[in-house]
Design a protein around this ligand. Sequence first.
Ligand SMILES: NC(=O)c1ccc[n+]([C@@H]2O[C@H](COP(=O)([O-])OP(=O)(O)OC[C@H]3O[C@@H](n4cnc5c(N)ncnc54)[C@H](OP(=O)(O)O)[C@@H]3O)[C@@H](O)[C@H]2O)c1
Length: 291
Amino acid sequence: MMVGVIGVGIMGSNLARCLSGKGVELGLYNRTRSRAEKVAGEVGARVYDSPSRLLGDSDAVVVFVSDDYALRSIAMNVSRQKYGGEKVFLNASTVTPMASLEAKSIVEESGVVYVEAPVYGSAGEARECRLISIIACNKEEYSKALRVTSLYSAESIYVGEPPRAMAVKLALNNIGLAIPALLAESLMILESWGASIDSFLEIARKLWFGKAVERYWGRIAEEHPPRFRLAMAGKDYWYIASALKAKNLPSTLADALSTLYYTAATHGGYGGKDYPQVARFYLELARKSKH
Ligand SMILES: NC(=O)c1ccc[n+]([C@@H]2O[C@H](COP(=O)([O-])OP(=O)(O)OC[C@H]3O[C@@H](n4cnc5c(N)ncnc54)[C@H](OP(=O)(O)O)[C@@H]3O)[C@@H](O)[C@H]2O)c1
């Protein structure tokens, strides 16, 4: 089986490392070609000039791009030609349910099977082939999807037809990405009222949410290379809000959290940092406001 990886950022590059470690024949496409060349040199893959050429030579492509706009442009490129055989387009990017359905209809015009396959887990899990893949596709196509996702996933969970996997992924991120945002506001309270962060941490560790605080405090206190960029957290909340608005439902918390993350990205220049660093931006704000 030949697998193509489209988008070799944090997730796609680590997926390529996982697949090459399993001896899978690999092709890569990235909008910025030099990035793909760097990864290809490391994993021994061929670099392609377009998503359609890569899909033409592959049995399946796994797409890990930033957002709705990027997914649409990949789908449009793929739809420029017809393909022989049963090719599979797995979208692992986190996008809105609306964009996923649009990509599905564009890709399927070329006779390609569209599978929603967003993942839980980050760079380390991708590199070690232990992501959790959430799958939505026509039930008859599930075995084709599983042949690919089982290469890089500890578990693949079928949740029905698209866009249900995207709804599940956004619902999970809505909870996971909230913790650093809540910590950011907690740290502002402490700092602005002269209370001790150490005392807060000491007490938090004894409480039921202590593990969550502990987990993120490590990623706040020390700066590490980003596993998930802060701007992407803003994007995810924007998409959670859009998915609710598309159903005429209130999106109060998602709107607030997307503003919280985007403020740190745009006003603080934190967009490229690891997303728990959001708390550091607000802590700095509280420090400055005291002077
Ligand atoms: N990082 C995580 O922990 C994680 C976990 C689960 C899911 N995800 C999701 O996986 C996706 C990728 O995340 P990531 O962390 O790997 O992001 P990333 O490092 O920022 O990589 C983004 C990729 O998208 C490409 N891209 C951006 N705009 C594009 C466009 N208009 N057309 C074509 N390609 C475009 C970029 O190409 P260039 O190199 O040319 O900029 C790059 O290859 C996102 O949807 C994210 O939400 C991430």
